[in-house]
Design a binder for this molecule. Structure first.
Ligand code: CO
Length: 208
């Protein structure tokens, strides 16, 4: 990759924006009020804003391998707290994607060093849903289903946090689980019934 090209691209992008609105960057400098927190995979194909047709200022973004919401990951937990409590987003999205390398790696027997504890969380999703997954003969279909179930479980992890429980109760925060289909570009809404899951887990995970 020609790194100089990146700076040339940046210059054309600035010109494009200014052509549409002379005050574009002046406005951008005033602050941010995004209404959506997007938790996606670090995969280079899953661009957050671009695939949603949104731009600077619209989305607060966190990306990691396989779009995980892990309670002891200070990074994702800080992002969730800041976005929900301070930026007051109305929507939190966990967006997985088909052909996810992290999910694929978790389906295989291999020692991947520092990745092991991270991928362990995806193996745990497999264990929770092993009956359903083992009943799928087609490996590709099983892989796709694990991507979807992982999104669902990360949404459940989201609603296990105090900040999300409080925001659902007091501000009507909505939690969404999506999958980006890299083969077609389509964004698929898994229609996660988060209020039902919240009710189901409250006996054990009720914090706020
Ligand atoms: Co991925």
């Amino acid at each position: 990759m020609d790194i100089d090209k990146v700076f040339k691209n940046n210059q054309s992008w600035i010109e494009e924006k200014l052509e549409l609105n002379q005050n574009y960057f002046e406005d951008l400098g005033k602050g941010q009020t995004p209404e959506l927190l997007f938790i996606g995979c670090s995969d280079s194909r899953v661009t957050a804003e671009e695939l949603m047709g949104l731009g600077p200022g619209d989305v607060f973004v966190h990306r990691n391998i396989a779009n995980m919401v892990i309670s002891i990951d200070l990074n994702v937990m800080s992002v969730i707290n800041y976005a929900v409590d301070h930026l007051k987003v109305n929507h939190v999205v966990v967006c997985g994607h088909y052909e996810c390398g992290g999910v694929k790696a978790a389906m295989q027997s291999a020692d991947l060093g520092i990745l092991n504890p991270w991928l362990r969380n995806i193996r745990d999703v497999y264990r929770i849903h092993n009956k359903e997954l083992n009943a799928i003969d087609n490996e590709e279909k099983k892989y796709e289903r694990l991507v979807e179930l992982n999104v669902k479980e990360q949404c459940v992890n989201l609603i296990k946090t105090a900040v999300v429980q409080k925001a659902i109760r007091t501000k009507g925060l909505q939690v969404h689980g999506w999958v980006f289909d890299v083969h077609t570009g389509k964004l698929i809404d898994l229609k996660i019934n988060f209020t039902k899951y919240l009710k189901d887990i409250m006996e054990i995970y009720h914090l706020d």
